[in-house]
Write a protein that binds this ligand. Structure first.
Ligand code: BGC
Length: 757
């Protein structure tokens, strides 16, 4: 008997599986492509921005003409289900082959309900929470017509000058990989229903290693560093089944990523087995003309040949690939492959079965910015804040007396959500003032003064984007603004100083060469400290700041990043102790910008400083500053205190594929319940290439009641010892390993193990 079996192949490895039948998909795409003209194929590779599309007028826009002619594969950053339905209708009713469009958007940390910026989310070290934030973002975006998000951004960044450090998960490849996986899972699920959307991991690759922290700048590094330190989070996203990848603006090895065959084909497709599609970043192809790679026709051909499938905004593919094909510079097979990838993505999303799958007005009315989503945003935000200092237990604040809330960030809704809040209605965010008043209740008298402008330099202020928002410049002399704040502070028992960066001082095209709190605000802080009243610095930032002076002088510092729609509530929850802070830094915080790049997983060098030394001649250090950060990677305090026992190992010597268990007993010996992120680091003592002084290999976020103790165990296998050697072979080498466990990357307990093959 002949049985016809249709295999439902689970297209992707790892945790996110897309349940479509490969066979059916191939047959469908083959059939469709057999009907397509060359122009229609090129149209699928074209991704313009939304342009002037407005409800009811979509049919008359320039874009509409292109859609009807089959010259558009997708559009991005259109907001609202009504507009998207209108545009989709043009594609499926008025174009010859009725191919539905993809609708993308930068849904980076939430849709209308904004979650904390990604750098903040990474400090929760809570993968369930991060996945949940992505899930909610996908639910809201999909309810409004979006089926594709340009997220997660997983660029490793060790340079706080770079404004886009705000958009990623920090400096560590292991943590970055965990986050990549959680976000892809949260967005995509198995793509089987209309609340799940396709993710796009970006910016592939090494965009975060821009020289001097200047955005879009050159990246150059050894392959060993690339593979061990920068590529793992992108790979984790691919392993988790991410549907698309965005090529980055920067060059790598002298070739812009957008035309880099090594990255896009050799590594991504061949080594990692990526089966989705590659999109450029915004005009990434056109920018290769400025890079000096040729004219638009040449660079478009280079991009296609390297492995790009879709051209964002620049229309290089649309306008030149035909000529390149005629001239024999690209092949039909290359164009077909790119077109196939886009059609497959549409198929996986279910758009051929139902082009309006994501256009459900009822969902749009009931699933966006809901109370439940805002509650989740509040909870998650509170877990991202990092308590950097709390001398004399100034925090938590008591719900009594008078609190002076001072600073340009205090009474400001617009500044709360943070960079890349494309779909957010800023007027609906909760300011710190509103949050404090609500959480403190009527027993507390809250008095307020602005205290300073964002900065005295109005040109800088303008660039930092504060005009037109509630942070309008106060034109009085700085001294007058400070004096007013001092009078306000005089009436209070405690001062809460809400200072730092504006949201637009980080994010794209927002690099800084000075990473301190802007001068006007420093002057305010100095004046507030002179009052002798207890001061709590609530620090807003999208990057690690150089706050050595503040750490020396201010008794309490709570770093709150940009916390999303519910930031004001969440900050107040932590300030008043409703929530015990548990965030841990995912980046090192330097003493000054001259130490940058400063990261915990550095190499030892041949001349390391002796333990505890500040300076030694002819050793690797500076004359004018120690090698230490102000706060190490993994650092963050709590209102309670956690004690670590020494590390115990299940064995001191292992062989081959054996498994090691490393344990500590963690005790909450403070007076409050709390969560601690227990971190496992490993150092490979001797290897064929130099290895970092420590590398994060595991972590667990543990809740302990006051007084409770718990054994925390990590299982270590040779998999955790692997690295890419100088031949880029991924394997482990026998020898001694230090196993370190602690509450941050600096304060660890160590035990040594010997592991032979
Ligand atoms: C950014 C990307 C973003 C794209 C689309 C670019 O400028 O680099 O991260 O996804 O614009 O908005």
């Amino acid at each position: 008997m002949h049985v016809k079996v249709v295999f439902i192949s689970l297209l992707i490895l790892g945790s996110t599986r897309v349940a479509v039948s490969q066979t059916k998909m191939q047959a469908f795409v083959d059939g469709l492509m057999s009907k397509m003209t060359l122009d229609e194929k090129l149209g699928q590779l074209n991704l313009p921005g939304a342009g002037d599309i407005t409800t009811g007028q979509a049919g008359n826009s320039d874009i509409a003409g292109k859609i009807k002619a089959g010259k558009v594969g997708g559009l991005f950053n259109i907001k609202s289900v009504a507009k998207i339905r209108d545009v989709q209708r043009i594609a499926v009713e008025q174009s010859r082959l009725k191919i539905p469009l993809l609708f993308g958007m930068d849904v980076i940390h939430g849709y209308e309900t904004a979650f904390p910026i990604p750098l903040a989310l990474s400090c929760s070290w809570d993968m369930k929470a991060i996945e949940r934030s992505a899930r909610i973002a996908a639910t809201e975006a999909s309810a409004d017509g979006i089926c594709w998000t340009f997220s997660p951004m997983v660029d490793i960044a060790r340079d706080p000058r770079w404004g886009r450090i705000a958009e990623g998960g920090g400096e560590d490849p292991y943590l970055g990989g965990q986050i990549a996986r959680a976000m892809v899972k949260g967005y995509q699920g198995d793509l089987s229903n209309n609340t799940q959307i396709m993710a796009c991991v970006k910016h592939y690759a090494m965009y975060g290693a821009a020289e001097a922290g200047r955005d879009y700048n050159t990246t150059d590094m050894s392959r060993v560093r690339m593979f061990n330190e920068y590529l793992p989070p992108y790979k984790a996203a691919v392993d988790a089944g991410v549907g698309s990848v965005m090529a980055s603006f920067n060059e790598v090895d002298g070739i812009p990523a957008t035309a880099n065959k090594f990255l896009l084909t050799d590594v991504l497709r061949k080594r990692w087995g990526f089966g989705g599609f590659v999109v450029t970043d915004y005009t990434g192809i056109n920018e290769m003309v400025e890079h000096g790679m040729g004219d638009l026709q040449q660079v478009s051909a280079l991009a296609l040949k390297a492995g790009v499938d879709m051209d964002m905004v620049g229309e290089g593919f649309l306008t030149t690939l035909k000529q390149s094909l005629q001239a024999g510079k690209v092949t039909m097979a290359q164009i077909d492959m790119a077109c196939r990838k886009i059609l497959e993505a549409k198929y996986k999303l279910g758009l051929f079965a139902n082009p309006y799958k994501y256009c459900d007005e009822k969902r749009a009315a009931s699933e966006i910015f809901t109370d439940a989503n805002r509650k989740a945003a509040r909870e998650i935000a509170a877990d991202c804040f990092v308590l950097l200092k709390n001398q004399g237990d100034v925090l938590p604040l008591k719900k009594q007396g008078t609190i002076a809330l001072i600073g340009p960030m205090a009474d400001n809704r617009e500044n709360m959500p943070g960079t890349w809040s494309v779909a957010v209605d800023f007027s609906k965010s909760v300011s710190l003032m509103e949050g404090i008043k609500e959480v403190a209740g009527s027993g507390v008298n809250v008095v307020y003064a602005r205290g300073s402008n964002l900065d005295e330099d109005s040109v800088f202020e303008e660039r930092a984007g504060m005009f037109g928002k509630s942070l309008r410049r106060d034109r009085r002399p700085a001294r007058e603004i400070i004096d007013e704040a001092l009078q306000t502070a005089a009436r209070a028992d405690v001062i809460v100083a809400a200072l730092g960066e504006s949201a637009e001082m980080t994010g794209e095209s927002s690099s800084r060469s000075n990473i301190e709190i802007p001068g006007a605000q420093q002057a305010l802080l100095q004046a507030l400290l002179k009052t002798g009243k207890p001061v709590v610095l609530v620090l807003f930032t999208g990057r690690p700041l150089a706050i050595k002076w503040e750490n020396d002088q201010v008794p309490a510092i709570l770093n709150v990043w940009f916390g999303g729609s519910e930031a004001g509530h969440a900050i107040a929850d932590v300030l008043f102790g409703e929530v015990n802070p548990s965030g841990k830094l995912s980046t090192t915080w330097p003493q000054n910008v001259g130490q940058v790049p400063l990261y915990y997983n550095h190499k030892n060098t041949g001349r390391p400083l002796a333990d505890g030394a500040w300076f030694q001649k002819f050793r690797s250090n500076y004359l004018d500053v120690s090698n230490d950060p102000v706060y190490p990677f993994g650092f963050g305090l709590s209102y309670t205190h956690f004690r670590y026992s020494p590390v115990t190992l299940s064995s001191k010597s292992l062989k081959g594929d054996q498994t090691l268990t490393a344990q500590v007993t963690l005790t909450n010996d403070g007076a409050r319940d709390g969560k601690e992120v227990v971190q496992l680091y490993i150092r490979d003592r001797v290897a064929s290439i130099t290895r970092p002084v420590k590398e994060l290999k595991g972590f667990q976020k543990v809740f302990l009641k006051a007084g409770e103790s718990r054994t925390v165990s990590f299982t270590i296998t040779p998999e955790d010892l692997k690295f890419y050697n100088s031949e880029l072979k991924y394997d482990w080498e026998p020898g001694d390993f230090d196993i370190m466990i602690g509450g941050n990357s600096r304060d660890t307990q160590t035990a040594r193990v010997s592991w032979m093959k």
